[in-house]
Design a protein around this ligand. Structure first.
Ligand code: MSP
Length: 518
């Protein structure tokens, strides 16, 4: 059994509806998953929901529902959202599932018996809104706490803590020896800076059930539930365990998997996450895994945050982008294209409606859409839709785009890959203008030249469909259908020049990105 290329997103808090930030992370992960499949790897793509905690408990109460009913209803919306984005996820985790809870408890039991979890009294400040303990270090210069913490109370409470203190040094060394563990580099440097300049405080991993009961009970003390991160992060291994992954089940026994369908998944190849949760993934998670006796993930790939019109996305101020509304108006691939082309994985991005429309018109409608439509329409008009004999005038351009795209996809450089693909789109549009097939068609002496030009254009459209498939899957399939080709352009190796045989008959051209001139 081959180990699969295992890629995950963060799991979203179930309270509220999905927004641009959630959509972006999922689309990025989907493109990486699709591109690896196209490049011939077996992939397992996991996304899902983080359903426990005080906020969920309170929101459910406010609506007069049980937390489980509340989660079930919202989970249906989030699953519909994954479909709307046409994600190719292989599973969808919900942290309220028995298969997840079992592994959280097995992990806690293991770490507890290794002496890495202990109980102590905490006395200090506590933010109920953020469900978190605060120290003097969290105070602002004027002595108050940031308003985002809401009401901060004094609290004295016994809780369980996970020992982190002794773990700092090996993690620093690990990060130094494995530069690709956290990417981009500047995020890795931030983590290293944090580890070198701070002493890790032990992590509180419980809440008393009397105060918060919407959580997974600690296996060694039923009066407590697991606090969010020891629950949420474990989804990355609980789902492999539920698929019989031997690396995880060898350490954490699972009774809930079906052995005949065992998959080999762990360690994950990539955890895709946003910049706000780097510490949990690059510091706490490796330490938790080591304590459980499991190998570390290969890479934590950190993306930036989206703003809209230069300001924070926020429901309360109404500064939001509703991905579903954008998709309904402009189409899924236009949405996927804009977020991937506009923002590289790493820096922060800024959504503007004007920027979206301008990329739609220039790059999709006038660029790609126009190329495909005029190329296929001319083949139809001048040659009855029948492909002429092979000719290689654009072969080198296509090969360059394919080689660059392959290399860039392997490094998760999605934005640069799109730039390279658009290099081919631009070249081919230029080629139409330079060779002017509409003029050649008027001169019978130029019939052979017209055949050559039409072959180059039609074959370029086919290569583009293959290169674009991970990014714009619906468009790629439409291009293939218009070319009269069966199946999906989902094998990268099909991007080599010359795939269209002479005398093949194409289908009917139709605009891919209708112009919207409003
Ligand atoms: N439940 C935790 C993650 C647990 S992972 C084991 C969580 N959930 S979240 O719903 O708040 O965020 C989910 C993901 O969405 C995170 O990776 C976060 O960075 C990302 N984003 C949330 N808002 C975002 C933007 N405005 N822009 C881009 N991504 C953002 O954290």
């Amino acid at each position: 059994m081959n180990k699969r290329f295992y890629i995950t997103t963060a799991i979203d808090y179930v309270n509220g509806q999905p927004h641009l930030g959630h959509a972006y992370e999922k689309v990025v992960t989907d493109v990486i998953a699709r591109s690896r499949r196209s490049l011939g790897e077996e992939v397992f793509f996991l996304t899902g929901l983080d359903e426990h905690g005080q906020k969920v408990q309170q929101a459910a109460q406010a609506e007069g529902k049980s937390p489980q009913v509340y989660c079930d209803q919202l989970a249906a919306d989030w699953q519909a959202f994954a479909k709307k984005l046409e994600l190719t996820n292989d599973d969808f985790v919900r942290t309220t599932q028995a298969r997840h809870k079992e592994i959280v408890q097995a992990g806690l039991a293991k770490v507890f018996s290794a002496g890495q979890i202990y109980k102590r009294t905490y006395e200090g400040f506590y933010s109920t809104r953020e469900e978190t303990f605060l120290t003097d270090k969290d105070r602002l210069p004027d002595g108050t706490f940031d308003p985002s913490y809401g009401e901060v109370i004094k609290l004295k409470e016994e809780n369980y803590f996970f020992k982190l203190g002794e773990q700092q040094q090996w993690l620093i060394e690990y990060l130094e020896k494995n530069p690709s563990f956290v990417q981009p580099d500047y995020r890795r440097n931030e983590v290293l800076g944090f580890l070198k300049n701070n002493t890790l405080e032990d992590l509180c991993i419980s809440r008393p059930a009397a105060r918060l009961n919407w959580g997974i009970p600690l296996p060694f003390d039923k009066d407590y539930v697991t606090y969010v991160w020891f629950d949420a992060l474990v989804n990355y291994i609980s789902i492999p365990a539920s698929h019989g992954d031997a690396t995880v089940t060898g350490v954490l026994h699972s009774t809930l998997h079906t052995p005949h369908s065992a998959l080999s998944l762990w360690p994950a190849n990539i955890h895709v996450i946003g910049k706000d949760i780097v510490k949990f993934h690059a510091v706490y998670w490796p330490i938790m895994l080591k304590a459980m006796g499991l190998p570390l993930p290969k890479q934590i790939l950190v993306h930036g945050w989206w703003q809209k019109d230069g300001a924070k996305i926020s429901k309360s101020t109404g500064n939001i982008v509703d991905p579903v509304a954008v998709i309904d108006e402009w189409g899924l691939d236009a949405f996927r294209f804009y977020v991937l082309r506009e923002l590289d994985i790493g820096p922060d991005g800024n959504w503007t409606d004007a920027g979206f429309k301008s990329r739609y018109q220039a790059e999709l409608a006038n660029g790609l859409g126009n190329l495909i439509n005029r190329s296929l329409s001319m083949l139809k008009r001048y040659r009855g839709g029948v492909v002429p004999a092979r000719h290689d005038e654009l072969a080198a351009n296509a090969a360059k785009a394919a080689d660059e795209t392959r290399a860039l996809l392997k490094q998760n450089q999605l934005q640069s890959a799109l730039q390279s693909i658009w290099g081919l789109v631009t070249r081919a549009n230029q080629y139409v203008d330079q060779t002017a097939p509409f003029k050649l068609a008027k001169d019978p002496v130029q019939a052979e030249r017209l055949d050559e030009v039409l072959y180059n254009l039609t074959e370029t459209c086919r290569v583009l469909a293959v290169l674009l498939q991970p990014f714009l899957p619906g468009t790629a399939v439409k291009i293939y259908a218009q070319l009269g080709l069966a199946g999906a352009p989902d094998k990268f190796s099909d991007a080599s020049w010359g795939g269209l045989p002479a005398r093949h008959k194409i289908g009917d051209p139709a605009p891919l990105f209708p112009r919207k001139d409003a």
